[in-house]
Design a protein around this ligand. Sequence first.
Ligand code: A3P
Length: 303
Amino acid sequence: MDCLPGVENLGPNSTKDSLLTDVEGILYPKETTRYWEEIQNFKARPDDLLICSYPKAGSTWMQEIVDMIQHGGDPEKCARAPIYQRIPFIGFSLPFSIPTSIEKIEAIPSPRTLKTHFPVQHLPPSFWEQNCKIIYVARNAKDNMVSYFYFHNMINIIPDSGSWDEFMENFIAGKVCWGSWFDYVQGWWKAKDHHPILYLFYEDIKEDPAREIQKIAQFLEIDLSASVLNRIVLHTKFENMKTNPLVNHSDLPFLFDQTTPPFMRKGKVGDWKEHFTVAQSERLDNICAQLFAGSGLTFRTQL
Ligand code: A3P
């Protein structure tokens, strides 16, 4: 596990060399690789539920939806702790966190709900062995990339994004934290053929949250009444999550720079149109069309 020379492209102001580590071609925060063996040896339990997404694809949104479903649509129950404590992140410990997130997760009684950003090849093997249910959220490359661009400047454990053009090159080359978006979404798409994975799209949830929340509830074998479903839809609307300090990460100013655009930034499908040139947009469309041809995997970039 050495620092990857390629991260030098990541922008003029970054302190990248000390922040990222390469594991088999994927860049990770140091806080992930510091505990690599411990994470890989993690013992999943058969009734663990895992929420997975590429960074900035809507994982926090999904965490809040799932927690609401699991707690009968009761916002008071979901106010018991910040989202990163209710549904901990496996694969990342806050800097100087003692005990580590792994030790904390091991101490949680069953059934546990966890979140991760691991690509398929680096998911701790016990999740596969125990046949754990996984909810995967995918978001179209363009909006995902825009959101990730801003996030690089917001969170202080990964390098700054550099210019938009630089970031785009790094995103396309997979030289960003947690690896190539293209490999990532395809890896999980293929995995659903041999594992209980509910593969969802950010755009679909945005289009019809009630429909998608019902799908999640069915996957979890939980019945939702119409009134509970309505409460979940309302509670997890972007505008409500944006002002909810238990999900908007405003409580972690040492990790998330509060002077940049906020964690709950726009919450839209199609914000990419404010950032991409026509040529850049066509380039990404072409890459996706080539890579996903015949796979059945398609993304909507507008509603
Ligand atoms: P934007 O930066 O485009 O606004 P993650 O939780 O995986 O880090 O993803 C963060 C992205 O999901 C951000 O996207 C954030 O605004 C968006 N998001 C979070 N909650 C949302 C909600 N309730 N509805 C729509 N988008 C949401």
